[in-house]
Design a protein around this ligand. Structure first.
Ligand code: FAD
Ligand code: NAG
Ligand code: NAG
Ligand code: NAG
Ligand code: NAG
Ligand code: NAG
Ligand code: NAG
Ligand code: NAG
Length: 527
């Protein structure tokens, strides 16, 4: 009997109907926007349709991935680049009442372009002009708007205090809206966790166009947008975050080891020790094909980066005790302000002015594809050698090995929607980057090959994946059609045991599934 009931339930829930896909009326949508906004915040200044000469440049300016950036190849009907919160509220209400889907975009760094593409008619709600940042140094807190970039946030916080920092990612053009709601990991994670561990409040536009914050923002909704991705739940207008303490000067280094110099042995040892080092230390390893056109020697170089919240002298002591194989020398180490490390991590020469942090892109960079894995036991040397052979086939691919341990072991996996905590040695990001459209198929093929070769060495059942490293290969739905069984496939990889609660929160705040996209969370109540 019980089985019959669950089969029936399954049939009922297999397809959650998304907002109806009828032919949308752009005129009604625009009229509705005018009705719902005031003349002191004119919507005209925010609205782009195909009639505007700047429509395409507005579209491409925040499409980071060239692989997915083809304005002719989408069903985009309008862009609302909100200049005021009311523009975001009106966009939600008017899109919903006209059965038009929206995609919400802040920094536009989504690896699969899910903030700016769709195969059904849609509107982009662009948040990049809502970018104010206010800092309260005495409370060590900040409010940051969704459209602010990490570079803007880092700069402003450092200006306010040289001993406060932000827990977030390495790339400074990331938008606060998407980056933080997807987890937000960076090189302070072993000490302070990830971005969402430092979020205390938010302002969110719900499906009815209401702004929820503080007491009106339910604990369950705040929990869900801390790692569950904002775009399944509403529009994040801004975040309130805790800032963290850092010393006035910190230390960084970058040391290369090629295969000929014993990279495999050093990296093997790194796997054993990196998650156990003091949590003030974040050592990242980046295996890559040497991209040196002048040399005919093909090899893998592992670039060992580190950041330490302390002096070069203390860092030398820790490395020489735990990873002497690296051969770290004092002259490899640079003491600098936390703000200056942000350009070091982007491979700018030491001494580069941090004014680059304020640059914003006006067109896509390169073509890219990323995938992720979590590693719970050391990868044997023969496994590493197998991977090097595949990586040597192309000079477009590299990996990032990001150590866990420290705070990541101490935070419960259900404390936020981001679940990947205790028991991981490190997280891998695979990344392929290329400039020539003709290389796309070869690179996508190579990524699949590496991912498949890595299977024996990484998490399984499910094979975990990191939401911010969006990868449609782990499962996805067609635009405008949410199949729950498919959603459970990618959802369980991204959210593990937190998926059930995420679906319940979704059912409570967006039961009709207006905020839907190819990897969104479906609204399902507990059975
Ligand atoms: C070069 C590069 C470096 C990166 N480095 C890191 C790193 O160090 N650490 C890390 O964790 N990640 C990193 N990422 C991944 C990055 O965090 C994600 O791509 C993130 O989603 C980007 O946020 P965004 O606002 O820039 O992107 P968008 O493409 O604008 O948005 C990404 C997702 O969030 C949704 N979203 C955006 N804004 C809002 C909003 N206001 N309300 C609700 N939903 C919203 C979008 O709809 C989409 O689903 C990197 C990405 C790139 C391209
Ligand atoms: C806009 O407001 C006018 C006047 O209140 C109303 O007649 C009209 O139906 C509204 N249109 C839309 C699309 O909301
Ligand atoms: C787009 O064109 C319309 C009609 O000419 C105009 O009113 C609006 O201001 C333009 N939008 C922007 C953002 O310039
Ligand atoms: C280390 O390797 C990277 C990647 O190949 C390269 O760009 C860099 O120049 C190398 N650094 C040194 C000091 O050899
Ligand atoms: C290439 O390999 C040869 C032989 O091992 C070595 O002598 C030479 O220095 C290498 N060149 C580069 C640029 O690494
Ligand atoms: C940071 O970098 C700037 C620009 O290169 C430099 O002038 C400054 O001395 C550096 N400060 C610290 C503390 O590292
Ligand atoms: C997390 O799980 C534990 C144990 O099941 C439970 O006691 C706790 O309330 C949960 N926390 C949250 C935030 O759901
Ligand atoms: C890509 O392929 C096309 C068609 O084969 C060719 O015309 C073009 O020159 C190639 N581009 C590059 C950069 O190789």
């Amino acid at each position: 009997m019980k089985e019959v009931v669950s089969v029936l339930l399954l049939v009922l829930i297999v397809s959650v109907s998304d907002a109806k896909v009828t032919k949308p009326s752009i005129e009604n949508f625009v009229q509705c926007l005018h009705n719902r906004t005031r003349s002191e915040n004119p919507i005209n200044e925010a609205l782009y349709t195909h009639d505007n000469s700047t429509f395409v440049s507005s579209y491409v300016s925040y499409t980071k991935n060239k692989r997915l950036s083809n304005p002719k190849d989408t069903k985009l009907i309008a862009i609302v680049a909100a200049k005021h919160e009311s523009h975001a509220q009106a966009t939600v209400v008017c899109a919903k009442s006209n059965s038009i889907q929206i995609r919400i975009r802040s920094g536009g760094h989504d690896y699969e372009g899910l903030s700016y593409i769709s195969s059904v008619p849609f509107v982009i709600l662009d948040m990049h002009d809502l970018r104010s940042i206010t800092i309260d140094v005495s409370k060590k807190q900040a409010w940051v708007d969704a459209g602010a970039t990490m570079g803007e946030l880092y700069t402003k916080v450092s200006k306010a205090s040289q001993t406060l920092a932000v827990v977030a990612g390495v790339c400074y053009t990331l938008g606060a809206g998407g980056h933080i709601s997807g987890g937000g990991y960076g090189n302070l994670m072993r000490k302070y966790g990830i971005s969402v561990d430092n979020v205390v409040d938010a302002r969110v536009v719900d499906v009815n166009g209401k702004i929820l914050t503080g007491a009106t923002l339910g604990d369950d909704l705040l929990w869900a947008i801390k790692g569950g991705g904002g775009a399944s739940f509403g529009v994040i207008l801004s975040w309130k975050i805790n800032l963290v303490d850092v010393p006035k000067t910190v230390t960084v280094f970058k040391v290369n080891k090629t295969l000929e110099q014993g990279a495999t042995d050093v990296l093997y040892k790194w796997q054993l020790v990196s998650s156990k080092l003091p949590q003030e230390l974040f050592p990242r390893a980046m295996p890559q094909h040497v991209n040196d056109a002048t040399s005919s020697n093909k090899t893998i170089v592992v670039v060992f980066y580190a950041q330490f919240l302390g002096s070069a002298k203390d860092l030398m002591g820790i490395i020489n005790k735990n990873l002497p194989e690296l051969g770290l020398k004092r002259e490899d180490c640079y003491e600098m302000s936390w703000l200056n490390t942000t350009t070091f991590w982007q491979d700018y020469p030491v001494g580069t002015s941090t004014s680059v942090l304020l640059e914003r892109p006006s067109k896509p960079g390169a073509f890219f594809k990323s995938k992720s894995d979590y590693v719970k036991k050391p990868i044997p040397k023969e496994g590493m050698e197998k991977i090097w052979k595949i990586m040597l086939k192309s000079n477009h691919m590299f990996m990032q090995w990001n150590p866990y341990g420290g705070a990541m072991d101490k935070i419960e996996s259900n404390a936020t929607a981001f679940p990947h905590r205790k028991g991981n040695l490190f997280k891998i990001q695979y990344f392929a980057l290329w400039e020539d459209a003709n290389a796309t198929d070869a690179n996508l093929g190579l990524m699949k090959e590496v991912y498949s070769a890595m299977e024996p060495y990484v998490s399984s059942n499910p094979r975990e994946a990191f939401l911010n490293y969006r990868d449609v290969d782990v499962g996805s739905n067609p635009s405008g059609k949410t199949n729950v069984e498919q959603a459970k496939i990618y959802g369980s990889k991204y959210f593990l045991g937190n998926l059930k609660r995420l679906m319940e929160v979704k059912a409570k705040y967006d039961p009709e599934n207006f905020f839907t996209y190819e990897q969104s969370i479906p609204p399902i109540r507990a059975m």
